[in-house]
Ligand binder design. Structure first.
Ligand code: PLP
Length: 435
């Protein structure tokens, strides 16, 4: 029983690991874009386990690739031995990364991928000073958390890095928010120059940035911002790390990587979440001369293991064979256009934003930009009651986040859109009843 499981969960797991919903659910089955909970209720899933089930649930090509590996009897060998699946996946990722003469290092999580990127770049530059962006999220280790600009996710002040903070692409609040895109880019570069001149001691190692801030509520700066930043960074020899943990693999519809919207290639990029379609798989890819700046043995016991990389190869093949990037653009447009038309004009909706199948709706108190986390929570619960799973996020917990599997069909996009629109309208019109 779910209720019993909830009590057992609370008795044995730490409270800082949150559960969604007033009545948390246990997902016991999944197929395509649908999941079923322990009470037998079925949901269309627009969050995919935080963007991890990128292809969908129980996809035969991926299941069979994993089963083939299991049948060999080798679930794990360690990276001390050659792993065919690892090498094949590294070749594909290196080719797709757009980074010349690339090297790939596989890890088990986005956090470890960012750690590895920070290790290589701080060693390469012989400096532990870095730049990060306000409202960012990069993971839960000391360094990744130290580069995270979101109070709700910063559980410790201990930090191996010295971090200076840049303004984000935030459009609703903050110093750069009321500018048009070109002026915002200019102001962001001005900010970067000022931060370098006033908050660092020179010789900064890198800037780590998400093309679209995931946990931050799908906030992003104008296209071209990374290129403008990089021009200034290059003048100082500072490296650019693009954290593509949420934006990678075609999710934004318009490009394969989020960085490509900016007309620039980063020195390193990190990936995780969707590449294993649920199996623990992540990594960093970067220019060889930077990746080789690790002057000691460094390996990850489970990173690049045969089962995860078998899944990763099947995921990448499926993604490319079915051109899921184009599908993300097509189905994402149905959702974004539909949401803007149906609820974009409501006083409580400050913004419908994002790209492809990475879409957010930000809720505020009417007449201003004061965040309305209570209304967001009501909409969130109303979606579940209507049979749709979505995510929540943003600095103030007032953003609904949608990141469905990239295999979403047009019919499913319309079905989810209708549930979303009903939930938002009902919650905005009659908050207590909708709760
Ligand atoms: C942009 C970004 N970077 C890094 C991470 C950390 O990844 P993981 O939770 O796999 O360690 C996340 C997780 O949400 C993320 O969204």
């Amino acid at each position: 029983m779910t209720d019993d499981l909830l009590a057992r969960h609370r008795a044995v797991l730490p409270s800082w690991m949150p559960l969604y919903y007033a009545e948390p659910i246990e997902l016991v089955a999944g197929s395509g874009r649908r999941v079923t909970d322990a009470r037998g209720r079925s949901y269309l899933d627009f969050f995919g386990g935080v963007l991890t089930n990128m292809i969908g649930y129980d996809i035969p090509e991926i299941r069979e690739a994993v089963e083939r590996q299991l049948r060999t009897g080798i679930v794990h060998s360690s990276t001390l031995y050659l792993i065919r699946q690892q090498v094949e996946l590294a070749e594909k990722v290196a080719r797709l990364s757009g980074i010349p003469d690339a090297r790939v290092f596989f890890t088990n999580s986005g956090t470890e991928a960012n750690e590895a990127a920070l290790l290589a770049s701080t060693n390469h530059r012989r400096s532990h000073q870095i730049l990060a962006v306000r409202n960012s999220y990069h993971g839960r280790s000391y360094a990744a958390m130290g580069a995270t600009g979101n109070r709700s996710w910063s559980a410790s002040a201990l930090n191996p890095l010295q971090v200076a903070w840049l303004h984000s692409g935030e459009r609703l609040r903050g110093l750069l928010s009321r500018l048009d895109p070109a002026d915002q880019v200019d102001a962001a570069v001005e900010d970067l120059r000022e931060v370098l001149a006033t908050q660092t001691a020179g010789d900064v190692a890198c800037l780590i940035a998400e093309p679209i801030q995931g946990v931050g509520g799908f906030v992003h700066g104008p296209d071209g911002l990374f290129a403008a930043w990089k021009k200034e960074l290059d003048a100082h020899g500072i490296l650019l790390i693009s954290d593509e943990v949420q934006t990678g693999w075609g999710r934004t519809g318009e490009h394969f990587w989020g960085y490509q919207a900016h007309g620039v290639t980063p020195d390193l990029l990190t990936f995780a979440k969707g590449i294993g379609n649920g199996f623990a798989l992540a990594g960093v890819v970067g220019r060889a001369e930077i990746m080789e700046s690790v002057p000691a043995i460094s390996f990850s016991t489970f990173g690049g293991n045969p089962v995860s990389t078998a899944a990763g190869n099947a995921v990448l093949d499926y993604l490319l064979d079915h051109d899921l990037q184009a599908n993300a653009a097509r189905t994402g447009a149905i959702l974004a256009d539909g949401l803007r038309a149906a609820v974009g004009g409501l006083d409580c909706v400050a913004e419908v934003r994002g790209k492809g199948l990475m879409l957010g709706v930000e809720f505020v108190h009417p007449g201003g930009v004061e965040p309305d986390a209570t209304l967001t929570a009501r909409v969130f619960e109303a979606c579940r009651a209507g049979g749709l799973l979505v995510g929540k996020g943003g600095l103030y917990g007032n953003v609904l986040r949608m990141g469905p599997p990239l295999t979403l069909t047009e019919d499913e996009a319309r079905e989810g859109l209708a549930i979303l629109v009903d939930a938002i309208r009902a919650s905005a019109a009659a908050p207590e009843a909708a709760a």
